[in-house]
Ligand binder design. Structure first.
Ligand code: CA2
Length: 149
């Protein structure tokens, strides 16, 4: 089973600034932990980060016929991008939306996600653990659906 992890704009800066909101871990730290969890679960993971909406859309399209599941932190595109939502809807790959922070407890403009309605679910507010929880939940959901392990 192959899971692809996508990270959107500014998440390459994790661990360097805004540590009070997003924590001290870098994206590399998060990827390293996801690799450990993937090994434990017996699945393959790889990840991609871009600050560009079109590059993220291309990355989603590239996963057609490759990934069994997607985990995406769309960053600020969560709240703006109909195009990312359409890309997820188009490829029909089960997707979990993740956020480090609890977007529902922050500014009103962060409460709405354009992607959530086309995702299996959303995990928000657990810091880097949001990604681990998303990976565990997605693998379990795919196995329940009878995806080959
Ligand atoms: O909580 C999340 O994971 C977010 O997706 C993070 C986005 C924000 O726009 C969403 O509303 C919620 C922002 C990521 C910015 O990351 C930074 C990291 C370090 C320094 C500055 C920004």
């Amino acid at each position: 089973m192959r899971i692809h992890i996508l990270n959107g704009p500014n998440l390459n800066l994790l661990g360097t600034r805004e540590v009070a909101i997003y924590g001290k871990q870098t994206l590399g730290d998060i990827d390293a932990r996801l690799a450990e969890v993937a090994e434990e679960l017996g699945v393959e993971v790889d990840s991609y980060q871009s600050n560009h909406e079109g590059a993220l859309i291309d990355a989603i399209h590239r996963q057609r016929g490759r990934a069994d599941g997607l985990i995406i932190n769309p960053g600020a595109f969560t709240h703006t991008s109909v195009a990312l939502r359409d890309a997820i809807d188009a490829v029909q790959i089960p997707t979990v939306e993740v956020h480090l922070s609890n977007i529902h407890a922050r500014e009103t403009f962060r409460h709405h996600s354009f992607l959530a309605p086309v995702c299996l679910g959303q995990i928000a507010g657990f810091g880097p653990a949001s990604y681990e929880l998303a990976l565990r939940a997605l693998v379990e959901a795919l196995r329940d659906r009878g995806e080959p392990s």
